[in-house]
Design a binder for this molecule. Structure first.
Ligand SMILES: *Cc1c(COP(=O)(O)O)cnc(C)c1O
Length: 478
């Protein structure tokens, strides 16, 4: 028996490479990453390919291994080449993500040490680190000390947990769900609609509150809708505001809505996944006044703090509400309750075992401080204002002065369909590949979007986009 065990041990030993082997493999992997970073300025923001990454299927899971060189080539050709390059400063579409280098080092350490960040008893330091980040975000957004929260995988999960918490705190159940009313605009992110469905709130009455010309909730109409619903003996329980909509970067009147929510005892959920971290800027602080009135707030470090994908945050004004919806008891975990001085993430979210995702956030903040993040956010706001100005000068039809870092625009051709023209314009820009842009429908019109949030987007990329747009318009007009 011992012989057999030792035989398996030998076969499994590749799971634990020695120092020499580790260095060999690490050097190659780091070399691959370095060559990418060295070229990042000149790499396209989007690669249109025919195969769309299909080649990756040529290497299925097998008993035997293949050499690292071949593995990196597979990644280079079929994963890191086709489609969007989110690491590029030319990514000016949707809501750009981040990917700062120091976060990768945080992830590296998190993976090597594999600290258990789900339960205080197992990883007290890791849990303290994550909770400290949550307290910091509560502070900058203006939430009180009673706030608790969770580092999620993204804004969608955070929205879902926020709505589940609202549902439970406001006691919406099978008896009253059909009389219960949610207020929001049509500009809420689709993850909110998704969350309503997953949270079992599809049967609620959803009132889409009209918006002003800048796509911000009309708080006066909200008041009227509420009054009418109260008269009808319905159960208004939730109002959802956006602090930076995805389409146009609009910020709902957060303070006014907050006051209405308080007066009428509604749960106030704010989706600040995109816009929240602009609170660190001078202009953003004014625009986002009222953020701290939220009962639940979503904010995405993998957007506004330029971290790699995989980190959103939910903050809940009264941590007990979050806990009520997410705590657990399990006999096999009875030891874990001893001596807890902090809330455990496992008690405040659907997850038990989780990635120690706080480290990718904490390490860069410690290493370079908050100041560069603040400056980068200021730069993004200025770039959006600059782009808006320059396009207007160049004769484009532009949307309203950007509230944050999203600008909408389109070219109106002398003759023919503007929708078709702008569709073709977008196609031409994407095909060129140096800058990646996206579009949306505004008031039924096909509209181009400029969304500036990549930490690698600077004047150079914005000027390049302006040049490309002018050139493509000229070519299409001909
Ligand atoms: C991106 C975004 C979300 C969804 O967040 P993910 O991190 O992509 O899951 C929700 N709301 C708004 C306003 C967003 O911009």
């Amino acid at each position: 028996m011992r012989k057999r065990i030792l035989q398996f041990q030998r076969e499994a030993s590749k799971l634990e490479p020695g120092a020499t082997e580790r260095k060999k493999v690490r050097d190659q992997v780091v070399g691959y990453a370095e060559s990418f970073l060295d070229q990042i300025e000149s790499l396209p923001a989007y690669n249109v390919t025919k195969a769309k990454g299909k080649g990756i299927l040529s290497s299925p899971v097998r008993e035997k291994s293949i050499p690292l060189k071949k593995i990196l080539k597979l990644l280079r050709d079929h994963v890191d080449h086709p489609g969007l390059n989110p690491a590029s400063g030319g990514h000016l579409a949707y809501i750009p993500g981040g990917g700062i280098y120091y976060s990768a080092l945080g992830d590296y350490l998190a993976d090597i040490f594999n600290r258990y960040a789900g339960v205080f008893y197992a990883g007290p330091g890791a849990v303290r680190l994550e909770n400290m980040l949550i307290r910091w975000m509560a502070k900058i957004t203006g939430l009180p000390a009673s706030t608790g929260g969770n580092l999620t995988t993204g804004g969608s999960l955070a929205n879902l947990m926020g709505l589940v918490t609202a549902r439970d705190a406001m006691k919406v159940n099978s008896k009253n769900v059909r009389r219960s009313v949610i207020y929001m605009t049509k500009q809420v992110h689709h993850s909110v609609d998704k969350a309503i469905r997953i949270a079992g709130l599809s049967e609620c009455i959803v009132r889409h509150v009209p918006m002003d010309a800048q796509f911000r909730m009309d708080a006066e109409v909200l008041k009227k809708l509420l009054k009418a619903d109260q008269k009808k003996k319905l159960n208004p329980f939730l109002v959802i505001a956006s602090a930076g909509t995805t389409d146009t970067g609009s910020v709902d009147p957060l303070r006014t809505i907050g006051l209405i929510a308080r007066k009428n005892k509604l749960w106030y959920h704010i989706d600040a996944a995109y816009g929240g971290f602009f609170i660190l800027t001078r202009k953003g602080k004014k625009k986002l006044n009222g953020l701290g009135m939220a009962d639940s707030l979503v904010i995405d470090p993998h957007k506004g703090m330029f971290l790699p994908y995989g980190l959103g945050v939910l903050l809940v004004r009264n941590v007990n509400h979050l806990r009520q919806s997410h705590y657990y008891q399990a006999q096999y975990l009875q030891d874990a309750l001893i001596g807890a001085e902090e809330y455990s993430p496992a008690d405040l979210s659907p997850e038990l075992t989780k990635h120690f995702r706080g480290l990718r956030f904490w390490l860069p903040l410690q290493l370079i401080g908050l100041k560069p993040f603040r400056a980068c956010l200021e730069e993004k706001l200025e770039l959006a204002a600059y782009f808006h100005n320059e396009l207007k000068k160049a004769g484009f039809e532009v949307g309203p002065t950007p509230e944050l870092s999203v600008v909408t625009y389109r070219w109106v051709p002398e003759k023919g369909s503007a929708d078709l023209f702008n569709k073709k314009l977008l196609e031409a820009v994407v095909k060129d590949g140096r800058i990646f842009i996206s579009s949306t429908m505004i008031d039924g019109k096909y509209t181009l979007r400029f969304a500036c949030l990549s930490f690698r987007t600077h004047l150079k990329q914005v000027d390049l986009l302006i040049d490309i747009l002018k050139q493509k318009v000229r070519a299409l007009e001909r």
